[in-house]
Design a protein around this ligand. Structure first.
Ligand code: CP3
Length: 335
């Protein structure tokens, strides 16, 4: 069993480190592959290259877990929605239609994603047994935001737009959950051993709707994973003190805290769960001393309890790989 799986399921306390977006643009070896593969979705669906990219940060830093190189938007792609990534503009999705759900069946969906699963198989064979291979999905709310272009600017969404159209959001979420669970199960069958749910835009949900759009959908997926014995980490980014209520309601095996969450608060309030992450990825753009001071806050607070060292969000493209290496060494040598 991988170390991460042991930590999540048996709540043992040992050192374990990986980073969100560890396979990405801050690595020159990633940029080199990317420059020859302008279509991002096709790159995610290239099993050999996806596996190679997944292993790049492991080769460099000997991290304890690999996260499969793919994207949360591969699911809308497999459902038939057109997804493109324009340079420096982020993802662009065509209008989603409920008819997509009736046009596709489960076999077709899985077969469209089979290169992802093949990439996992290849990677698992190459990865040391005690290292975890993490699979992931986007949470229904975060996918809703992308699939219906609800983001107006950096910190605002407009849900009224579809609510006023009498669009059946509940039905959309229910249908989506079915496919997300299939995608989880397929990734695990291919050799992944942990799953993380990214609810990156949970912080934009109006208070009155947080249960409906965040806690309930996350908990349905967590319950599916528990039934299937799949260790699961949730990341409801940006929900502030509601992390406490989320944890009580959803009961995941692990929870990633974001940089706004005070580690001392998390230690007190987030119980019966393995904590992960927290350190602001922006800190890695500062000098070593600042990086180590900030990292110490997390390492010291969570010493002697199960804690997975990670960040409060993904590594930024501007990050110097040397900084990441220094941080890993600092964490590993911390006594
Ligand atoms: O290393 C890893 O973490 C594994 C791979 C991974 C990617 N995306 C690769 C990627 C993971 C886990 C994701 C998750 C993801 N994708 C999320 C949730 C986490 C988060 O960042 O909040 C979201 C919201 C997406 C959607 C997405 N994909 C966006 C908004 C963008 C463009 C802007 C950005 O942040 O880079 C992507 C593209 C993307 N996904 C890249 C990578 C390495 C960059 C591609 C490139 O332009 O070269």
């Amino acid at each position: 069993m991988s170390e991460l799986k042991k930590i999540l399921l048996n709540k043992i306390s040992c050192k374990s480190v990986w980073f969100m977006r560890q396979a990405g643009r801050y690595l020159p070896e990633f940029r080199s592959i990317r420059s020859k593969n302008p279509n991002f979705i096709n790159l995610c669906l290239n099993s050999e290259l996806s596996s190679e990219i997944t292993l790049q940060p492991i080769k460099r830093f000997d991290l304890d877990s690999a996260i499969i190189f793919s994207d949360i938007l591969i699911v809308p792609h497999a459902l038939g929605q057109n997804v493109t990534f324009l340079k420096d503009q982020g993802p662009k999705l065509d209008k989603f239609d409920m008819k997509y759900f009736s046009k596709i069946n489960k076999q077709e969906f899985s077969s469209k994603l089979s290169p992802v699963y093949k990439g996992i198989e290849i990677t698992r064979k190459k990865l040391n047994k005690n290292k975890s291979l993490i699979s992931f999905i986007g949470a229904p709310w975060t996918l809703l935001v992308y699939m219906h272009n609800l983001k107006k600017d950096k910190n605002q969404i407009d849900i009224n737009q579809i609510e006023n159209d009498n669009y059946n959001i509940d039905l959309f979420i229910e249908e989506l959950i079915k496919y997300l669970c299939i995608h989880i199960k397929n990734q695990i069958n291919a050799g992944a051993d942990v799953v993380q749910i990214f609810d990156s835009w949970a912080g934009l949900i109006p208070n009155k709707d947080i249960k409906k759009y965040c806690y309930i959908p996350n908990s349905k997926i967590v319950n599916f994973c528990k039934k299937e014995n799949i260790p699961i980490i949730c990341f409801p980014k940006g929900i502030k003190e509601k992390y406490e209520e989320f944890n009580i309601f959803v009961k995941p095996d692990g929870i990633n805290i974001d940089a706004e969450i005070d580690p001392g608060w998390a230690k007190k309030k987030l119980t019966n769960v393995v904590l992960q992450g927290g350190l602001d990825p922006k800190i890695l753009l500062k000098d070593d001393k600042e990086v180590f001071t900030e990292a110490t806050k997390y390492i010291q607070t969570f010493k002697d309890m199960p804690y997975v060292f990670n960040l409060g969000h993904g590594l930024l493209p501007e990050t110097e790989p040397d900084k990441v290496e220094k941080l890993v060494n600092f964490y590993r040598n911390f006594k």
